[in-house]
Write a protein that binds this ligand. Structure first.
Ligand SMILES: Nc1ncnc2c1ncn2[C@@H]1O[C@H](COP(=O)(O)OP(=O)(O)OP(=O)(O)O)[C@@H](O)[C@H]1O
Length: 259
């Protein structure tokens, strides 16, 4: 099991650095965990994910995986954004295989791996469709399959379901849980959806703003219950789920009075 550790990290944009947007963040994510980060707009969620991805460097502290310092982006940490920039002129299959092609993976092996990945995201029958022929949920699954092509240890996702309608979003949440279980990758998910965080994650982390800091780190098991066979409707109406959701909402809304 790998551990991605955001180790006492403070981060400020600019040079010279302006006021920190994240202060003394200590957060570790195991490769068997699904960690969701919630918090008000501007609390530093995307900055946190960018530090884990290696797009940004800490102003103080260190990001490391099992002691190895993260120096930049790497295939072991795949990133999925809300508006994943797929190549619109390529098919789903070509988008998923693009990075493998760049890496010089021979065509027969590439085809085998791409077919596997398309099946993994329930797109086996749509691989030859152009991106513009796919629905929003299907496109997002192409983006996720492309991220999985590198066999990452960690999947870092920033609002991956944010642009989807409510019903598709619910179906994609269930899909993400199966994907997490099957891929064996640790997940760091940034979301504005409190209910989504609670349903999917094994831990929900709440950030407070100015500067961004962790104010709660709550272990939950609703997603695991779904994977064991409970329906998402039953889970989301369970009094324990509703009570935790309200507690999280309070934690986020109470921050309004602090600033
Ligand atoms: N490239 C940048 N340069 C300077 N400041 C930035 C930059 N990106 C973000 N910030 C600032 O850093 C703070 C945290 O932003 P960040 O996007 O990480 O928050 P967030 O919680 O993801 O917000 P949202 O929920 O609105 O996406 C904000 O005050 C923002 O204005």
């Amino acid at each position: 099991m790998y551990k991605l550790h955001i180790d006492k990290v403070t981060f400020a944009y600019g040079s010279p650095p302006s006021a920190p947007v994240l202060a003394d963040i200590d957060l570790s994510i195991g490769s068997d965990e699904f960690v969701a980060v919630v918090g008000r707009s501007g609390s530093g969620k995307t900055s946190l994910l960018s530090l884990a991805a290696g797009f940004l460097k800490p102003t103080a502290g260190r990001v490391h995986i099992d002691g190895r310092t993260v120096e930049g982006p790497s295939a072991e940490r795949a990133v999925v954004f809300q508006d994943d920039a797929l190549f619109p002129w390529l098919t789903a299959r070509q988008n998923v295989g693009f990075a493998l092609k760049l890496r010089g993976v021979p065509k027969p092996e590439r085809d085998r791996r791409v077919n596997e990945l398309l099946a993994h995201v329930d797109l086996a029958a749509s691989g030859d469709k152009a991106i513009w022929e796919l629905s929003g949920g299907m496109r997002q699954r192409v983006g996720i399959a492309r991220a999985l092509a590198a066999d990452p240890e960690f999947l870092l996702m920033d609002e991956p379901l944010g642009a989807l309608d409510a019903l598709t979003r619910e179906r994609m949440q269930e899909f993400l849980l199966h994907l997490w279980q099957d891929s064996g990758a640790g997940v760091l998910l940034i979301t504005h959806g409190i209910e989504e965080a609670l349903f999917l994650a094994t831990r929900v982390v709440v950030l407070a703003p100015d500067p961004g800091r962790v104010v709660a780190d709550i272990a939950v098991d609703f997603g695991r219950r779904f994977l064991r066979g409970d329906t998402s409707r039953a889970i989301k109406s369970d009094p324990a789920f509703v009570a935790t959701r309200e507690r999280l909402r309070d934690l986020i809304e109470l921050q309004d009075f602090e600033v």
